[in-house]
Design a protein around this ligand. Structure first.
Ligand SMILES: [Zn+2]
Length: 457
């Protein structure tokens, strides 16, 4: 076993070995649930799902603990509630549910643990008390702030100096801050805002605090892997490190830090603030979730990936090729182990372009075989797909597709039944008319020994 991962902190690819192979721990910063996530947000969900699968392959499913949090208290949620008049609890429940459903459609396995911020207020208050007692934080005007100057390693992960950070963060200069770079651990809540009683008055946590508190509670002091999108390196992950390390006598928060690159729209990063976002909700009306997963994994996770219609269409075409082969032997048993070529590619810092090239090679090999050998090769391809999170759809369903245009499968089946009846009654004019009608809507009928099958052209 030789899994190697690029560690953002060390700035190099290193062999991965967990502190305890019987309990490999991974934490990834999850969604803030106040509206629909965009496909750029889903890149992290899919990339770290793939790493979760690779870890489970190496260490056994029962030995990997993956926690991905849900942020359900945040100024953006409060704003959404004020704008819509909907209760905060109703908003967060609704969008957490949608996030789970949509990520599942992309083949993302549920994480082992899904801690929510509002379920960990006591742990967060305890953490702030520790930081105050150790002299890393100070209370002022109902706020508690982390004194960045007290933590020597601040900025090591993102590798920018403090002056640059200040310029980049556009931190709000507040009278209660001793240093403009200090960040909020706890802040007061107005009467119409959610709040919890604390030693510093009724208030709520700053955003960064929850991850440190939940990581400690769910996984421990030092975890094996911490992941997230590269935009989280600063300030979010720097602040997580500052909070956790200083509360734990300098113990590192994570042994390996992984960050995925941006999804781009043209020259820009896809982001809500730029308004150039594409929603999985809309994409899933047109494409199977697996096509979106394939598109997101088509580039190496650290590289930027440009999201285009062409990328999605090309991903569908590639998957169609695999599914056409899989359709030949739908009952071929899945090989006990995924092929070595795929495991090696993924062990090399999740080299998905190489793994996808490996899938095409496996397909080419299978296509040159006959009989039992061909069925075995298809089983091998299935095992490779399972590791990557592909080929989870039955081929006959795959070619029916998830589309909004054109007739539904039920309508097509009804027309096919009508056509079969017409053929039986030797009314060939009618059966041809139905076939032409379906063809005009992009439905191709293939008559076979077991009756007519159909697919979308
Ligand atoms: Zn976090």
């Amino acid at each position: 076993m030789a899994l190697a991962l690029y560690d953002t902190m060390a700035r190099e690819k290193r062999g991965f070995s967990p502190a305890d192979p019987k309990r490999v721990t991974m934490y990834v910063c999850g969604p803030t649930v106040y509206n629909h996530a965009h496909i750029g947000n889903f890149r992290a969900a899919v990339v770290f799902d793939l790493l979760f699968r690779v870890l489970r392959h190496h260490y056994g499913a029962e030995h990997v603990v993956y926690a991905r949090n849900i942020t359900d208290v945040d100024d953006k949620i409060i704003k959404a509630s004020k704008e819509t008049g909907e209760a905060i609890g109703a908003i967060t429940k609704k969008y957490a549910g949608i996030y789970r459903e949509e990520t599942a459609a992309l083949g993302v396995l549920p994480p082992t643990l899904e801690p929510v911020a509002t379920g960990h207020i006591a742990e967060m208050i305890a953490l702030v008390e520790t930081l105050l007692a150790e002299g890393f934080a100070y209370a002022a005007e109902g706020h508690v702030l982390f004194a960045v100057g007290k933590f020597e390693d601040y900025g090591r992960l993102s590798n920018v100096d403090r002056e640059e950070m200040l310029a980049g963060a556009r931190v709000e200069v507040a009278p209660y801050k001793e240093n403009p770079a200090d960040f909020v651990l706890w802040k007061p809540s107005k009467a119409d805002e959610p709040g919890w009683e604390s030693p510093w008055g009724r208030g709520r946590p700053g955003w960064h605090l929850e991850c440190s508190a939940m990581i400690e509670k769910a996984l421990g002091t030092t975890i094996d892997i911490h992941g997230g999108g590269q935009d989280l390196r600063f300030p979010h992950h720097e602040n997580e490190i500052a909070q956790s390390s200083c509360a734990h006598k300098g113990a590192p928060l994570a042994r390996v830090w992984l960050h995925n690159g941006f999804l781009r729209m043209g020259a820009d990063k896809m982001s809500k603030s730029l308004g150039n976002i594409v929603l999985p909700r809309d994409l899933l009306k047109k494409w199977p979730g697996e096509v979106l997963r394939f598109a997101l994994l088509s580039a190496h996770y650290r590289q930027p990936l440009e999201w285009t219609d062409e990328l999605v269409e090309n991903s569908k075409r590639q998957l169609d090729k695999f599914y056409r082969l899989l359709a030949e032997a739908t009952d071929a048993p899945v090989a006990a182990k995924p092929p070595q070529s795929i495991v090696l590619a993924l062990d090399d810092d999740l080299n998905t372009p190489e793994a996808i090239a490996g899938l095409h090679e496996l397909r080419d090999i299978a296509m040159q075989m006959q009989g039992e050998a061909r069925v075995r090769a298809i089983g091998s391809l299935k095992a490779a797909g399972a590791l990557l999170g592909f080929f989870s759809v039955r081929p006959e369903e795959w070619f029916k597709g998830a589309v909004t245009d054109g007739p539904s499968p039920a309508e097509i089946d009804a027309l096919l039944a009508e056509r079969a009846a017409a053929r039986k009654a030797k009314d060939f004019a009618k059966s041809d008319r139905i076939r032409d009608e379906l063809a005009a809507k992009g439905i191709i009928i293939e008559d076979g020994p077991k009756g007519a099958a159909w697919r979308r052209s």
